[in-house]
Write a protein that binds this ligand. Structure first.
Ligand code: AMP
Ligand code: MG
Length: 484
């Protein structure tokens, strides 16, 4: 692995130089071989599980890596915290993959840093497995996300309510620059560092803006908004609830990051919340568009002093970009929902159809994934069509009529629908079952089997049917946890 450390080059105010704390007995638990292939991890390392465990626990620092813990701030549940930072993570550096794309390689659960506050710097095995499973599933679903290269057990206990096996997960990300990274420097009024960070982020993620001169900051905001809209629309497409959309968990690259309390929505209901600490439902499924709008406004605020020394003038320039967010989101969201229903273009009337269908799902407490899967199948299956007729009532006929106006062969419509409607998602009860087996038995058989299905979410493999069932209790009592 050839590391470079461009983030280190930004200067000491951006991070603390610190090595991972070695662990007693690192053992390779899960390994993402296709990602390893993409990252061109050399054979001599790849074929040596002892060396992999040493490297991806943080016990052995690979040549060229300069570990750091990055600093950032963030709004957590709406309240600003001026300093957060990697309290249990170490950025080992960056590598170029086989396509020349740069990736951050970060260990999570790798020990304390100066940003740990009261925390132990560690991660239990369960949440590490959860991050790998969920991020692999999201990637295969076609949703922009950080990836997971490895889970290594540490041979050390982690103390939460009980004693749990510890682990280190290796996160691979287009970068770890967050809205909160900008907020950290903006809150301090450190304009030179803010400017350095902007140039770096633009160079790394939006190089086409480099030549835009003084206009580039507004365009930068616009581009980040575009990617975040794309991301959250994709979340809504597959029923993903992030659970903790704090500004420190919102990236500039537009990738899903931080799989702590996330969950998948079963029964369609915009008010669905699973996170134990989200008592107000701030991060409920249907609130995600509003929250990402709010986060983008916090991001734009950070850049005000770079846009114009006169705050009023700067505000005048970003105001329209922020104000148009709801319409922009709505347009993309409706286009996506239209495709879930097989519509290649969206007429004004289609909005009513979409809203009526979704209301029907909510009122009849229908499963989101199952319903759209059956609708897809209903184009060629009498059984599926008859069930959907029952479930959707008159809306089914309206939809079929609308489809016939497109003058497309049904197989083509079905293909379009299938691209937007998975046959399987990482359902909460299956994720928990697999995690529990990993933690209790120390074995990975069930995790590997589950992953194989999740890596083809638009295809029915031999074992897919084992994971399609909605939870028997509709996830009524399901809860997820933060800061694990
Ligand atoms: P998160 O909820 O994972 O986004 O984390 C919020 C903040 O808490 C970040 O600054 C983390 O680095 C920090 N944090 C979470 N868990 C731990 C831990 N076990 N030890 C130290 N810091 C932690
Ligand atoms: Mg976080």
């Amino acid at each position: 692995m050839r590391f470079s450390n461009s983030y280190v080059g930004l200067g000491e105010v951006f991070y603390e130089r610190i090595r991972p704390t070695p662990v007693r007995d690192p053992q390779l638990f899960l390994w993402n071989s296709s990602l390893a292939e993409q990252l061109m991890i050399p054979d001599e390392l790849k074929n040596d599980s002892v060396a992999l465990a040493q490297a991806f626990s943080g016990n052995h620092i690979l040549p060229g890596s300069e570990p750091i813990a990055t600093v950032y701030a963030g709004h957590q549940f709406g309240s600003f915290v001026p300093q957060l930072g990697d309290g249990r993570a170490h950025l080992l550096g960056e590598v170029l993959d086989q396509f020349g794309q740069r990736w951050d390689i970060q260990l999570k659960g790798s020990g304390r840093t100066s940003f740990s506050r009261g925390g132990d710097g560690r991660c239990p095995l369960g949440p590490a497995v959860r991050e790998l499973i969920m991020s692999e599933a999201m990637n295969a679903l076609g949703v922009a996300t950080t990836r997971s290269l490895a889970v290594v057990t540490t041979g050390e206990p982690v103390f939460r309510e009980t004693s749990l096996p510890g682990a280190v997960v290796t996160r691979v990300a287009a970068s770890h620059i967050r809205i909160g990274t900008f907020q950290f420097f903006a809150a301090q009024g450190d304009l030179p560092s803010l400017d350095t960070l902007c140039s770096y982020a633009i160079e790394r993620h939006y190089p086409e803006l480099r030549t835009e001169g003084e206009n580039q900051y507004v365009l930068f905001i616009d581009k980040v908004i575009e990617r975040q809209i794309h991301l959250v629309v994709d979340w809504m497409r597959v029923g993903f609830i992030h659970g903790v959309m704090n500004t420190d968990n919102t990236t500039i690259s537009g990738e899903t990051i931080d799989y702590g309390p996330c969950a998948m929505m079963g029964i369609y209901d915009p008010q669905t919340v699973y996170s134990s600490i989200d008592t107000m439902g701030r991060y409920a499924f249907g609130n995600q568009p509003k929250i990402i709008h709010w986060n983008m406004a916090r991001f734009a605020e950070c850049l005000l002093p770079l846009i114009h020394a006169d705050t009023n003038k700067a505000v005048d320039r970003i105001e329209p970009v922020i104000a148009e967010f709801p319409n922009r989101f709505e347009t993309e969201y409706m286009k996506m929902m239209g495709k879930k229903l097989g519509l290649t273009s969206l007429e004004e009337e289609d909005r009513n159809l979409i809203v009526s269908v979704l209301n029907r799902l909510r009122d009849r407490r229908l499963d989101y994934t199952v319903t759209f899967d059956l609708l897809t199948k209903s184009l060629t299956s009498e059984a599926a069509a008859s069930r959907m007729k029952d479930e959707l009532g008159g809306h089914f006929e309206v939809w079929k009529e609308r489809l016939s106006e497109q003058h497309m062969i049904l197989e083509e419509v079905q293909k379009l629908m299938r691209q937007h409607n998975p046959v399987v998602i990482p359902r909460n009860h299956h994720v928990e079952e697999v995690i529990q087996e990993c933690v209790e038995t120390g074995g990975v058989t069930s995790a590997e089997k589950f992953l194989q299905v999740l890596r083809s979410p638009y295809e029915e493999l031999a074992q897919t049917s084992e994971y399609q069932d909605p939870p028997s209790d509709g996830d009524e009592n399901y809860q997820t946890f933060c800061g694990t």
